[in-house]
Design a protein around this ligand. Structure first.
Ligand code: 13P
Ligand code: SF4
Length: 349
């Protein structure tokens, strides 16, 4: 990837990307979806990028899949489909477009590639990693298998293709308990998120053993802080992600995946809500739920925030950031991901 100033000057040769109040006004309908959280001068800066990306998407026959933690101008401005990790994985099995741009982190793009070996999958910044995916290798999975012979390995989708390939099945935050319960064994190994594993263990009939990885965003929240917020604001609804510690989850009114968080707030419409997760989650649902006031603070995922409109435009323009997975690894990883999707869809039917 070129450095930022080289990308900016290369793009300036092909596109007029100067802030434009006229273009912002022409694209008012798109702006309405994020007006509560994106000030008009910012939209005037974003609009030329959004227009250029939309044009390039048509030229390249590309679709953009975006995670719920993307910034509002990506989430509402350019995404064709938004969702949590499970929804994005399922959508990746359904898209017909030849080019998929993954606005999310690297493991999500790898999952899309694993499910679509013949398509071009682009990640606008290869450094968009994940502390969980970086915490374990296939060697770590082998160590766990050696420590607990015969126990199946359930790996969170927040892992590399090699780790998925070394696992029996994957899970996401939306189906972790369901997948663990579906294993025909008394002991189940979960990798790499120890807090997700502990939260599942509290509800599961199985003995759950786990790898000691964690999410650098969710582990920052403490039960004491949440308790203090609640004391100051007794009507505050607290909604957590299962990558938070069990103590934080115990303080929450509801815990679920990013899709489930949105669904809960949408259904209950609390006057004030604290989303114990990444900051963009509240920003992206704010305009759809004008009666809900979202309490700060929140924590930013530095990996998710590596994806910007400029990098998406550059990736589509230059077709750089193509994700590749070795065919044998992809075949084994696909089996683990597909097994998860099949169980989730069977139980939802
Ligand atoms: P979801 O699957 O709930 O969207 O979570 C993905 C993630 O990376 C959360 O930190
Ligand atoms: Fe990984 Fe945590 Fe960022 Fe999600 S929020 S991508 S789990 S570091």
């Amino acid at each position: 990837m070129l450095d930022h100033s080289s990308v900016s000057s290369a793009l300036a040769e092909h596109y007029d990307l100067s802030p434009s109040v006229d273009l912002a006004e022409q694209m008012r309908e798109t702006y309405q979806r994020m007006a509560r959280v994106v000030p008009p001068p910012d939209w005037a800066r974003h609009a030329p990028y959004v227009a250029a990306i939309e044009r390039l998407k048509r030229e390249r026959g590309a679709v953009i899949l975006a995670h719920n933690y993307m910034t509002p101008e990506i989430y509402h401005g350019i995404a064709d489909f938004v969702g949590d990790s499970l929804q994005l994985a399922i959508k990746a099995t359904e898209v017909e477009a030849e080019v998929i741009v993954q606005c999310g982190v690297h493991f999500m793009a790898e999952t899309a590639k694993i499910l679509n070996p013949d398509k071009t999958v682009l990640i606008p910044d290869r450094d968009a990693g994940c502390s969980l995916a970086e915490s374990i290798t296939a060697e770590g999975v082998a160590q766990m298998r050696a420590s607990y012979p015969g126990a199946p390995v359930v790996s969170y989708v927040n892992t590399t293709a090699e780790v998925k390939a070394a696992s029996d099945i994957c899970c996401t935050s939306a189906n972790a308990l369901q997948i663990v319960e579906a294993m025909v064994a008394d002991t189940v190994i979960m990798t790499p998120d120890m807090y997700l594993a502990q939260n599942v263990a509290k509800q599961s009939s199985k003995r759950v053993v786990y790898w000691p990885g964690s999410c650098i965003v969710h582990e920052l929240y403490s039960a004491e802080d949440i308790h203090a917020y609640r004391e100051n604001d007794p009507d505050l609804a607290v909604i957590a992600h299962p990558e938070c510690t069990p103590e934080v989850v115990a303080e929450a009114d509801f815990t679920g995946s990013t899709r489930e968080i949105f669904a809960w707030v949408n259904r209950h419409r609390p006057g004030r809500a604290m989303l114990v997760t990444e900051c963009s989650m509240a920003s992206n649902i704010a305009d759809e739920l004008p009666e809900v006031e979202f309490a700060k603070p929140c924590n930013i995922c530095p990996y998710m925030k590596k994806i910007t409109l400029e990098k998406v435009l550059w990736s589509l323009h230059s077709m750089t950031g193509q994700v590749e997975v070795a065919p044998e690894t992809a075949a084994d990883a696909r089996r683990a991901v597909q097994r998860m999707i099949d169980i989730s869809q069977r139980q939802a039917a």
